[in-house]
Design a protein around this ligand. Structure first.
Ligand SMILES: [Zn+2]
Length: 265
């Protein structure tokens, strides 16, 4: 239980940092060593007004100085990241995720993916710095997972490192092809990099199911937007968030129910 609470608190802190990354990547500001300030009146935010989620509630969603509304993005991202971190802490305590190091690396992966998700929704663009971080960490996790099994015990062709990299390559080629054929109207090239992360995380079958979930939810939301908001098929909606949603669902399912993927074989 202690681990889960610790992960939850780390999640609040990294969720808060994720918000900083999202807004400062866009404005090209330094990520570290500059004080947080209100985007509207530019006044520096005191630490008491900068406590994840809690400050938003106490300030009733308004800046202390200019009383302009603070974006819902802040408490939502902080809550979502802390819930995902707490889940990862839980998966560690029940032993489905491997070592504590793996659990910590996974939490950084998901913090990056949340940044990608929000950034893509807001700006219709995949932030490549966060994407490369997630991809490299996932590659390292696969190597650690194989080393845990024991270097002499693994058959290379059956190793996570090989199978998950192969899934990443296939998923990347598929999305790269779709972007190329459609001249980036169906998918953007950025989505192909999200697909690499999915392949590395979930392996062959998990990747397939996660992509199916992403396509289905994307189609439903797309049609809903056309009906409700009068968007046309041409008003592009970003696809990265649906891919990341599918990935999170499969990650949770695989950890709660390790035998799940065998149902597909
Ligand atoms: Zn202000």
């Amino acid at each position: 239980m202690t681990i889960i609470i610790l992960f939850f608190i780390y999640g609040l802190i990294f969720g808060s940092f994720a918000n900083v990354v999202i807004s400062r990547t866009r404005s090209d500001e330094k990520l570290f060593l500059t004080w947080s300030h209100c985007p509207k009146c530019k006044k520096n935010i005191r630490w008491v007004d900068n406590i994840p989620v809690l400050s938003f509630v106490l300030l009733r969603g308004k800046c202390r100085y200019c009383a302009k509304k603070i974006s819902w993005q802040y408490p939502v991202v902080e809550s979502v990241v802390s819930i995902i971190f707490a889940l990862i802490g839980y998966f560690y305590t029940v032993g489905s995720i491997g070592s504590l190091l793996n659990a910590i690396l996974y939490s950084f992966v998901f913090a990056s993916l949340v940044v990608v998700f929000v950034y893509d929704v807001k700006y219709m663009e995949i932030p490549m710095n966060a994407m490369w971080l997630a991809i490299s960490l996932l590659f390292i996790i696969n190597i650690f997972t194989d080393l845990n099994i024991g270097i002499f015990g693994i058959n290379f062709w059956n190793s996570n490192t090989f199978l998950h990299s192969l899934s990443a390559l296939v998923a990347f080629s598929f999305f790269f092809g779709l972007s190329y054929i459609s001249d980036e109207t169906w998918m953007g090239y950025g989505d192909a990099f999200v697909a690499i992360a999915i392949g590395l995380m979930l392996g062959p079958i998990g990747t397939f199911v996660a992509l199916m979930i992403g396509f289905c939810v994307g189609a439903i939301v797309g049609v809903a937007l056309i009906i409700i908001k009068g968007k046309t098929m041409k008003t592009a909606i970003p696809f990265g968030p649906f891919l990341i949603f599918g990935t999170l669902v499969m990650f949770v399912v695989q950890n709660l129910w390790p035998g799940f993927l065998n149902l597909f074989i």
